[in-house]
Design a protein around this ligand. Sequence first.
Ligand code: C2O
Ligand code: CU
Length: 390
Amino acid sequence: VPGPLIDVDVGQQLLVHFTNSLPEETTIHWHGVRLPAEMDGTPRMQKPVAPGGSFEYRFAFKDPGLFWFHPHIRSDDQVEKGLYGVIRVRAPDEPESDNESIWVLDDVSVLPDGSLPTYLDDESKMLGRQGNTLLINGQATPRLRWRAGALQRLRIVNVANGRFFNLALPGHKWRVIGTDGGLVPQPYDTERLLISPGERYDVMVIVDGEPGANLTLTNEPYERGHDTGKADPMPLAHIGISDETPLAGRQLPTSFPDLERLDDGPDEVTLDLNEKLVGEDLLFTINDATYPDVPLIEVPEGDLRRFAITNSSKMDHPFHLHGTFFQLLSLNDEAVPPQSLANKDTVIVPQMSTLRFVARFDEPGGWMYHCHILEHAEGGMMGEVNVTSP
Ligand code: C2O
Ligand code: CU
């Protein structure tokens, strides 16, 4: 944990010989990768791979960025147990840095005897499983070594079922240079880097500290509902500044090429995210229905759709759309700031808010959308866009 890094260049083809050695069925979904729908690894587009069965995934990478892969069947259980890996897709002209690392952020619940819980408690059903142990690349509070003055690039993905990571590093701000779908035209600084499940951020820092000093990277509390903001900060990693002579003269990038801006239009798809208790069961709903009863959204190939997503519940939901990127328009009717222009596939819809975005659908087939809190997705908060070819 995590699985192997798939490290490729834009335009490269990938062929994956996949064998299912689990005692239950599964698939592999390539989160954020724009590919043909038959390769998307959802039970909508492929027959689940039975125990002992196999499948070949074959596709090419159209976009640079950090992507990841995980099962799309019982993902709440299978991803929690460690079935995930990342894909780095490099562009021919990547920004320069002295060092580049990938951080795969997760958490796991460990019982006092060292075992993992097999039951799902009420809080986990409500918030998604949140572990008591935080992991970077499968390790609890690793010791990392950075060189003073170095331009450090970090590509970060949150693969946790429910936890939102909110990263702070004393004496440093994060320069955000990219997100889900690659670099952003207007990099910006933030003290806290908030990453919901499924999202990616590409950031840079110039390492500030005396040789020999130690920094603690922490996960700061964030209120995503139900008093989650009252938690204590948790250490995530210890960063030691090496004894090497500090590097000098490094500069953080200030701009990247513009993105093609998708046309805006009237609201055409309106979704309402909510929760309801039916008997003992807590259900997570879209327009008052649970998957597969959420009405299908039909879009002709090549068309744009503007989505208005209202979150009527008292917790945030990270909304993920398969197969394409979207661009944010507004939150609660206020236009998003210009630095938000980015290609996203996962975004936080804050509690009691309405978020609007626009997406273009270029690939025919069935594409899922869902909350990336995996217990919410499995609890019903999932739907489908069907892109029809003429
Ligand atoms: Cu990463 Cu449908 O999910
Ligand atoms: Cu949710």
